[in-house]
Write a protein that binds this ligand. Structure first.
Ligand code: PSV
Ligand code: MN
Ligand code: MN
Length: 387
C-alpha cells in the first residue's frame, strides 16, 4: 500500500457545499431559527468559507437561483474569491412559482414551458457572471393522479425543453440532470430515476450528465451499482451527498449509512474518478434543521473524507486476485478490512500536513465565529426549502 499516494489523494479531494445549507430550513411542520443565520447570499458565502477554512476541502459553493440572485453577481463571485472559495454549480429553481403547479418543462401550456426554458437561460447567464461551469437541473415536475396528463407527452415536452437549454451551452459548460423518485408529486415524476435522466442526457449530447442525489432512491436501492454503471458510460456528472432514513431527508452524509457511503466511494476510487479530470463533482445537498449549520457542514466533509480514505485503503490488487479466483469470502474480507480501519488518525495527519488543525470541529468551535455572527446578524434568512 502506497500510503503517500493515499494521503495525496485525500489532500487533493474537493467537496462542493450548497449555499442553502447555511440558511434556516425545516419541514412543512416547522422551521427552527438559529442565531447568526445569514441574511443574504454574501453571508452564506462567508459561512461556507469557514467550512473551507477549517477543512481545507470545500473550495466551491453551489448557488440556487433565484434564492441567491443578487444585483451584482460579479461582486458576489469576487467576494467568494476574497474569502478563498469560488462559485460552483448553479442550480435552477422551478419549484416555487405558482405557474409551475402542473409542471415546468413538462407543462402542457407552451407559454409556461417557455418561461421555464427562459429561467434556465438566465441561470446560464449567472454561470457566466460567476465563473461557474455547471448548470444543475432538478425538476419537481410530475403528476398526482393517473390520467392527469399524458406520461409520454410530458417526456416529449421535457426532451424539447432540455434540448433548447442544451443548445445554449458553451463548449466548456455542462448540463447536469438530477433525478428523484417522488415528491412533490406522488403518482408520476418526470425524471424519477437514473435511467430516465441518462436517456435524456444521451439524447442531448456529451455535455449532459446525470446527477446522483443519494437521498433520491427507494429504500434498499443499490446506489453503488448506479455509480458503477454511470461511470462506465462516462455520464456521472455529480453527486448530491446527504443521508436518508425514510425519504428525501437531507441529513448529514454518512450519518445514516456510512457503509453505503464507503461502497459508493469504493466504486469511485476503483474507476479513478476521484481525479477531477473525470468530471464527477462531489457536492453536498443538505439542510441542517436542528443542528448548527457550519459544524453540520464540517462534519459532512469529514464523513466524506473518512469514507474516501477507507476506499483508498482497499487492497485493489488483492481484491482483483480474489475476485478472479472466485474467492467469495476472501474478496469480501479485503473490502471489509478496509472499511473496518480507523482512518481518523490518517485524515487528521493529512490536515496537519496541509497546515490545518487536525480536528476541524474543535478548531471551528474555538474560533469564536459562531458567537460573532450570532451577535452581528439579526433577522436571518429562512432558506426556502420547497422540495
Ligand atoms: C430536490 O429534492 C433537491 O435535491 C434538488 O437538488 C434541489 O436543488 C435541492 O433539493 C434543493 O431543494
Ligand atoms: Mn439534490
Ligand atoms: Mn432532494
Amino acid at each position: 500500500m502506497d500510503i503517500d499516494a493515499v494521503k495525496d489523494a485525500l489532500a487533493a479531494q474537493a467537496i462542493e457545499v450548497p449555499s442553502w445549507a447555511y440558511g434556516n430550513s425545516g419541514t412543512r411542520f416547522k422551521v427552527f431559527g438559529s442565531p447568526g443565520t445569514p441574511r443574504d447570499p454574501f453571508e452564506k458565502i462567508a459561512d461556507a468559507a469557514q467550512v473551507n477554512l477549517f477543512t481545507g476541502a470545500a473550495p466551491r459553493v453551489s448557488l440556487h437561483i433565484p434564492w441567491d440572485r443578487v444585483d451584482d453577481l460579479a461582486a458576489l463571485a469576487q467576494y467568494a474569491r476574497d474569502l478563498g472559495v469560488e462559485i460552483g454549480t448553479i442550480n435552477s429553481n422551478v419549484f416555487q412559482d405558482d405557474d409551475y403547479r402542473l409542471g415546468s418543462l413538462t407543462n402542457a401550456d407552451a407559454a409556461i414551458r417557455a418561461k421555464a426554458v427562459a429561467h434556465h437561460l438566465e441561470c446560464l447567464d449567472v454561470m457566466r457572471e460567476t465563473g461557474s461551469r455547471d448548470l444543475k437541473i432538478w425538476l419537481p415536475d410530475g403528476t398526482n393522479y393517473p390520467g392527469q396528463d399524458s406520461i409520454r407527452a410530458r417526456q416529449d415536452r421535457l426532451a424539447d425543453g432540455l434540448a433548447e437549454i442544451y443548445a445554449a451551452l458553451r463548449p466548456d459548460e455542462r448540463l447536469l440532470l438530477e433525478y428523484k423518485f417522488f415528491e412533490p408529486y406522488f403518482y408520476t415524476t418526470d425524471v424519477p430515476d437514473w435511467g430516465t435522466s441518462l436517456v435524456h442526457c444521451l439524447e442531448l449530447g456529451d455535455q449532459a450528465m446525470v446527477v446522483l442525489d443519494t437521498g433520491h432512491h427507494a429504500p434498499g436501492t443499490n446506489i453503488e451499482f448506479i455509480v458503477a454503471q454511470l461511470l462506465r458510460l462516462d455520464r456521472l456528472g455529480a453527486f448530491d451527498f446527504n443521508s436518508r432514513f425514510y425519504a428525501d431527508d437531507d441529513l448529514i452524509v454518512g450519518a445514516a449509512d456510512p457503509f453505503q457511503l464507503f461502497r459508493i466511494m469504493h466504486e469511485i476510487v476503483q474507476a479513478g474518478a476521484l481525479d477531477p479530470a473525470v468530471g464527477v463533482n462531489f457536492m453536498l445537498d443538505q439542510c441542517h434543521n436542528i443542528e448548527d449549520k457550519i459544524p453540520g457542514q464540517i462534519r459532512s466533509i469529514m464523513n466524506v473524507q473518512e469514507a474516501t480514505a477507507k476506499a483508498l485503503l482497499v487492497d485493489a490488487d488483492a481484491l482483483a486476485d480474489a475476485q478472479v479466483a472466485g474467492d467469495v469470502l476472501g474478496a469480501n474480507a479485503i473490502l471489509m478490512d478496509a472499511y473496518a480501519t480507523d482512518v481518523r488518525p490518517l485524515v487528521a495527519q493529512v490536515r496537519e500536513e496541509k497546515g490545518l488543525d487536525p480536528d476541524p470541529m474543535r478548531a471551528y468551535a474555538a474560533s469564536g465565529y459562531a458567537e460573532r455572527i450570532a451577535a452581528e446578524r439579526v433577522g436571518g434568512q429562512q432558506a426556502s426549502w420547497g422540495a
